[in-house]
Write a protein that binds this ligand. Structure first.
Ligand code: ADP
Ligand code: ZN
Length: 644
């Protein structure tokens, strides 16, 4: 360390000719002020006394003993200060006899030291030393001929003594020392701020967890009010069951919740408790988690795999065990006094497996179901893990290719992409993410046209029979090896009304409209409209089965109990029913095709627009249809109005 004092500057920062003042630094002078103030009545040259200075707080031996030394040398005129200054300890005999021999001494009694009666008796004065004050700091600054700046004063009375001691040293000027101190303090504050903001995600960082995040924000407010005594624990919404598939972010959400609420989180897990063994050990482990949370209250207790707790039962071979565990959990959850200050966030995959008693009022009476993230949320999750914002073209690809991904799956994709970038010795970027996506094939134009015509058909017929059309999307890509819905159109009845036969027939017509449009435009239809229970033809067939077989709306009123799983069997074993279903579908297909024939220009207009922009809103669709349709009185509408 270079010597900071130049030859021109006096070694002692203030004009004090007495050599006792040599090396008295700014913090030592502050301490001196406290001691001098306490000992003022005894402050006469060569007066003999033994004093005990009692420190309740703010004590630092190197500083105060040096300050006491300055005081002692001023009145006792000796350079041998060590014979005068002592610290009370558990074996004070040598010090005591030395002080007694000299008739002089200043004993320091550190915070926490219990003075004995003998030690009090031994001292002429026992006096408490006040902690340093702004006044002392100002005096020290004046002495050092520094500006009496309130920020410096604040620094001098708030910095811990050891830090002041390290900063201010004899060989350094006080200005230089202050500068070092200030810089170091700013650095520490920066680190503290950084660790505070990087200590983990908050609710703001969570994407795709909609209702849970809203609930979390409310809880954060409740907890803040509770901590400030504005509301009681009863008013805090303190129990929630989160459900959703694995990897959807339940655990991550709980930790973000704790960060946002600024409370500690305790992680419990039913399977961990279970590992403890027999019922007794299991219950003990469970109670320990709750106790840990209570000890840190207000806190969040996260309980994973809550559905494995099981339900109370009488039939099961393990009934005794499960009943015992559930009863144990009820005991812990019950009554606000038992868990005052503890918010319980339980997570599970299968909420139906949770015993209903655990979900009653006052326990986990709120159930939040987490859904797989939608497209924009998936992009948000990607950004959370990478900080990367995709270009709009990449975003479209990403959203399409990651349909059905959970947060954990997106994280895995990011990990793979980072690894690939490392292998290529590349800087990680959006390219690596796009490279990791499932392989996409761009649909050829003529295929795209088939899909556009199909979806436009649904939209057109929906509109013609009086449904509200809420938008169309078609996809330009195919994910290799995946059977995916490539287009989508939503429509619904404009208002709730009793479902008549017309309602059913119109809905069947809408389901058939996709293939009807393909037939009108291309003379044939592709296989996308059948095969799965969600496919157009399958749904139309089931609806027709309901009309004929279970609703009494067809040729017979003799019906069966409606059970979608049974429809196929009903048709198989009832040839007459099958015949009726067939007839109904045929006549509805004919009606649908005639609607499309009549409004072909409107259908073609929709197709052309979809070929250019694959997503249309409901209003856009309606606008195109209205401006291109031929005005004929729709049969379907006439029927709807009469309500037959
Ligand atoms: P769960 O508890 O529902 O099984 P986790 O919370 O353990 O799911 O999620 C596993 C990992 O997946 C997390 O560590 C995180 O990296 C990622 N993840 C899940 N959901 C999200 C999300 N919404 N945002 C960001 N990352 C997520
Ligand atoms: Zn369709």
């Amino acid at each position: 360390m270079p010597n900071g004092v130049t030859g021109k500057r006096p070694r002692v920062p203030w004009n004090q000719t007495n050599s006792n003042w040599q090396g008295v630094t700014l913090p030592v002078y502050m301490a001196y002020c406290s001691i001098a103030a306490a000992l003022r009545p005894w402050n006469r040259i060569e007066r003999k006394f033994i004093a005990t200075l009692v420190f309740k707080e703010d004590y630092y031996q190197p500083i105060y003993s040096q300050a006491a030394q300055v005081f002692a040398m001023e009145i006792w005129k000796s350079s041998d200060w060590e014979t005068y200054i002592f610290e009370w300890s558990n074996s004070p005999f040598r010090d005591q006899s030395l002080a007694e021999k000299n008739g002089r001494g200043i004993f320091l009694s550190p915070p926490g030291y219990r003075l004995t009666d003998d030690e009090r008796l031994f001292s002429d004065i026992v006096i408490e030393i006040e902690p340093r004050s702004p006044e002392h700091a100002r005096a020290a600054l004046r002495r050092a001929e520094l500006p009496v700046d309130e920020k410096l004063v604040e620094l001098l009375i708030s910095e811990p003594w050891p830090r002041l001691h390290s900063a201010f040293q004899d060989r350094r000027g006080p200005l230089q020392a202050l500068e070092r101190l200030r810089r170091e303090t700013a650095r520490l504050k920066r680190i503290a701020d950084q660790t505070a903001t990087h200590s983990g995600p908050t609710l703001e960082d969570m994407h795709g967890l909609g209702p849970a995040v809203d609930w979390g924000h409310n809880l954060a407010k409740d907890l803040a009010d509770y901590k400030n005594g504005l509301i009681g624990w009863n008013d805090v919404d303190a129990g929630v069951l989160l459900s959703g598939p694995p990897g959807i972010g339940k655990t991550l959400f709980a930790s973000a919740l704790a960060n946002s609420c600024k409370v500690p989180i305790i992680y419990g897990s039913v399977s961990k408790w279970q590992e403890a063994g027999a019922l007794d050990a299991h219950l003990k482990a469970m109670r320990a988690s709750f106790k840990q949370a209570r000890d840190k209250a207000p806190s969040i207790l996260f309980i994973d795999e809550f559905d494995t707790l099981g339900k109370r039962t009488t039939s099961d071979r393990n009934a005794g065990y499960h009943n015992g565990v559930v009863a144990g959990a009820l005991e812990q959850l019950d009554g606000f006094e038992r868990r005052e200050g503890v918010v319980v966030v339980a997570a599970c995959n299968h909420p139906r497996l949770v015993d209903a008693a655990l979900l009653r009022a006052g326990r986990l009476d709120r159930h939040l179901e987490l859904m797989l993230p939608d497209g924009p949320s998936r992009r948000g999750i990607l950004k959370f893990h990478t900080g990367i914002e995709l270009s709009s073209a990449d975003a479209e690809l990403f959203e399409f290719a990651t349909e059905g991904f959970s947060g954990a799956e997106i994280e895995r994709l990011v990990r793979d992409a980072r690894r690939a970038a490392r292998r290529q010795a590349d800087c990680f970027s959006a390219i690596h993410i796009i490279d990791q996506l499932p392989v996409l094939e761009k649909l050829p134009e003529d295929y795209l046209r088939v899909i556009a015509a199909h979806e436009a058909g649904h939209a057109l017929v929906g509109f013609e029979v009086g449904h509200e059309v809420s938008g169309i999307t078609i996809s330009k890509w195919l994910v290799s090896g995946q059977r995916r819905v490539l287009g989508n159109v939503d429509s619904k009845l404009p208002q709730v009304r009793a479902r008549t036969k017309t309602t059913y027939l119109d809905t069947i017509a809408i389901f058939l409209a996709g293939i009807a449009a393909e037939m009108e435009v291309f003379g044939t239809f592709a296989d996308g409209a059948s095969g799965s229970s969600e496919a157009d033809l399958n749904r139309a067939t089931d609806l027709a089965t309901m009309v004929e077989g279970t609703n009494g709306m067809g040729r017979t009123l003799a019906v069966e109990v409606p059970d979608p799983e049974e429809f196929a069997r009903m048709r198989l074993y009832n040839p007459e029913l099958r015949e009726q279903v067939h007839g109904l579908l045929e006549s509805e297909l004919a009606r649908t095709r005639s609607i499309i024939q009549r409004q072909r220009p409107a259908l073609d207009a929709l197709v052309e627009i979809l070929m250019v922009s694959p997503t249309m809103t409901g209003e856009e669709v309606v606008q195109v249809l209205q401006s291109n349709r031929r005005s004929v009185v729709s049969l379907a509408k006439a029927q709807l109005r009469t309500g037959t």
